[in-house]
Design a protein around this ligand. Structure first.
Ligand code: CA
Length: 231
């Protein structure tokens, strides 16, 4: 899952970026409103965490213009507690949720999970497919009842595949959801992680669709796999 963080306060931004990365999200961090609007317009984002007081273009204006141009990405606003009218403006401009500063990082992460659930059309907090279970809150993965130890990228890759509910997803799209703009990525990075997941879980779990990409498949119940994804 790829998150755009827009925050001009360096130390706050650094703290949020670290927390998001620990939660296995890929993070792109921008510090002004105009760049944020351009990035939202370019697409391929799963969520935006947006400060309102920003240089070059005010946060509320970023939301307004992004929504006017048709961007549907979930936007979580960070706003100063002493300005409740800003939150109202932000929500009415098209933001999906807000958090008053100062905030607890755990609450920020929980709100992000809730927004991603809604965006994915899910209500259940766990992502599951047959004997595979992933908990986005605890970062735990269980396969056939036993816990599996995954790296941060492997976890992120599995989360994206599970969010896709068995639909195929292209290699490039997967790569964009795993790595930020400023990260050096080997051209076969996604394949390496897919290989690791197959080894740790089940060789038949991830299907390769030649020329398309990858899809998750429950190996013991092909055909029924998609129906078993929790809503
Ligand atoms: Ca600010």
């Amino acid at each position: 899952m790829r998150i755009l963080l827009v925050e001009d306060d360096e130390s706050l931004g650094e703290g949020i970026r670290t927390a998001l990365r620990r939660a296995a999200y890929s993070v792109d961090w921008l510090r002004d409103g105009a760049s944020a609007l351009a990035a939202i317009g370019a697409g391929d984002l799963d969520l935006v965490v947006l400060d309102l007081g920003l240089p070059r273009l005010d946060g509320v204006e970023v939301i307004r213009q992004a929504r006017r141009s048709g961007a549907s990405v979930p936007i979580l606003v960070l706003s100063a507690r002493e300005r409740p009218s800003e939150r109202t403006l932000g929500l009415d401009a098209g933001a999906d949720d807000y958090l008053g500063k100062p905030f607890d990082t755990h609450e920020l992460l929980a709100r992000i999970r809730a927004l991603l659930r809604r965006a994915g059309g899910r209500a259940a907090p766990l992502l599951a497919l047959g004997a595979l279970e992933l908990d986005p809150a605890t970062l735990e993965v269980r396969w056939r009842g036993r816990p599996v130890d995954l790296s941060r990228r492997e976890f992120a890759l599995l989360r994206v595949l599970l969010e896709q509910r068995g639909r195929p997803i292209g290699r490039e799209s997967l790569q964009q959801r795993l790595y930020g703009w400023d990260e050096d990525v080997a051209s076969n990075a996604v394949d390496v992680h897919v290989h690791a997941l197959r080894k740790k879980l089940d060789p038949a779990l991830i299907r390769t669709l030649r020329g398309i990409g990858y899809a998750l498949d429950e190996p013991t119940a092909r055909g029924e796999a998609q129906a078993q994804v929790q809503p």
